[in-house]
Design a protein around this ligand. Structure first.
Ligand code: C2E
Ligand code: CA
Ligand code: CA
Length: 279
C-alpha cells in the first residue's frame, strides 16, 4: 500500500532517513491548519433502537500539499510530541462546533464528539478555547462530547482530572475512547466525570468468548455508572444486532458510513430515506 508519510515521491518530506522525513513532516504540520490543509471528517453515530443518525465523531485528516491525504495515525502522535497538537486540537474543536452550528441551522438536533489528546489536556488552553467557542456561538454544551483515550496512565488521570471536572461543569460530555483495550478503564470511570464509554472495535468485532465477556463487563459498568455506551467499528449487521442485544445505546462504523466532510454529511442526512433505517 502506498504510505504517504513514508512515501517515495520527490518531496522534502519523503527523502532522506526516516528521522529526517519525520522532522520534515513535523515542520510541515506547523501552521497546516492556518493554510487550510487540515480537514475534519464526520462519521455518523446511530441510535440502536431507532436506527436514526443521532450524532457524529469528528476525525482529522491532513491534506499535505505534496504528499496528499495523510491519515491521523501518521501525524497525531507526532503532533503530540510538540505544541503543534494545540493547533490541531483547536482546529478540530472549532470543526466540532461548526458541525453543531450547521446541523442546527439545517433543522437537525445532533451530538458531536471530538478527540482530545492527553497532552492537550495538560494545558488550560483547551478549556479557554472551548468556553470561547461555546459562548460566542451560543451552542448547547451538552451536544458536545470530548473523547479521551483509554491509554491514559494513572498519573495522567490525576493530571487531567481537575480540568475535566471544569469541562464537565460547563455541560460538555466526556467519553472514554477505545474502552476495554487498556488497563485503566475502571480507574478512569471512577476518577473522572465520565458520561460515555466507547467500546473499542477490537472487542466489538471479536466473536471469542473472552471478547464477549469484556463487552458484557463494559456494559455492566456503563449501567452501574449510568453512562451512555457506544460500540465502534460496527461493520456487519450481525455486529449491530449483537451490540444492540447487549444493551448498547449507539453504534458507529462502516455499516452506517465512514467519515465525510460536513457538507456531505448534511447531504447524506437529507438523502437518507426512512426505510434505510431498517438496515
Ligand atoms: P479513533 O478515535 O478510535 O477513531 C476511529 C477510527 O476507526 C477512525 O480512523 C475511523 O475512520 C475508523 N473506523 C470507523 N469505523 C470503522 C469500521 O467500521 N471499521 C474499521 N476497521 N475502522 C473504522 P481514523 O480516522 O484513521 O482515526 C484513527 C485515530 O486517529 C483515531 O482513532 C484517533 O485516535 C486519532 N484521531 C483522529 N482524529 C483525531 C483528532 O482530531 N485528534 C486526536 N487527538 N486524535 C485523532
Ligand atoms: Ca475517537
Ligand atoms: Ca476509538
Amino acid at each position: 500500500m502506498n504510505d504517504p508519510a513514508a512515501g517515495d515521491s520527490q518531496t522534502p518530506a519523503s527523502v532522506g532517513a526516516p528521522s529526517e522525513r519525520q522532522a520534515s513532516l513535523e515542520r510541515d504540520l506547523r501552521g497546516a491548519a492556518g493554510r487550510g490543509e487540515l480537514v475534519a471528517h464526520f462519521q455518523p453515530q446511530v441510535d440502536l433502537s431507532s436506527r436514526d443518525v443521532v450524532g457524529a465523531e469528528a476525525l482529522c485528516r491532513w491534506n499535505h500539499p505534496t504528499l496528499g491525504l495523510i491519515p491521523p495515525e501518521r501525524f497525531i502522535a507526532m503532533a503530540e510530541r510538540s505544541d503543534v497538537i494545540h493547533e490541531v486540537g483547536e482546529f478540530m474543536l472549532a470543526a466540532g462546533c461548526d458541525f453543531l452550528t450547521e446541523t442546527t441551522r439545517n433543522g437537525y438536533t445532533l451530538d458531536v464528539s471530538v478527540n482530545v489528546s492527553p497532552s492537550q489536556l495538560a494545558s488550560p488552553l483547551v478549556l479557554e478555547y472551548l468556553l470561547e467557542q461555546i459562548e460566542s456561538r451560543g451552542l448547547d454544551p451538552s451536544r458536545l462530547t470530548l473523547e479521551i483515550t483509554e491509554s491514559l496512565e494513572i498519573m495522567d488521570i490525576e493530571l487531567v482530572s481537575d480540568l475535566l471536572h471544569v469541562v464537565r461543569d460547563l455541560g460538555v460530555g466526556i467519553s472514554i475512547d477505545d474502552f476495554g483495550t487498556g488497563h485503566t478503564s475502571e480507574e478512569q470511570v471512577n476518577a473522572l466525570p465520565v458520561t460515555e464509554i466507547k467500546i473499542d472495535r477490537s472487542i466489538v468485532q471479536d466473536t471469542s468468548a473472552d471478547a464477549k465477556r469484556q463487552f458484557r463487563h463494559a456494559m455492566s459498568l456503563a449501567k452501574k455508572h449510568r453512562l451512555r455506551s457506544v460500540a465502534e467499528g460496527v461493520e456487519l449487521s450481525e455486529q449491530m444486532s449483537y451490540t444492540q442485544n447487549l444493551g448498547c445505546d449507539r453504534a458507529q462504523g462502516y455499516l452506517f458510513g465512514e467519515g465525510v466532510p460536513l457538507a456531505e454529511f448534511i447531504n447524506n442526512l437529507t438523502a437518507r430515506p426512512p426505510a434505510d433505517r431498517s438496515r
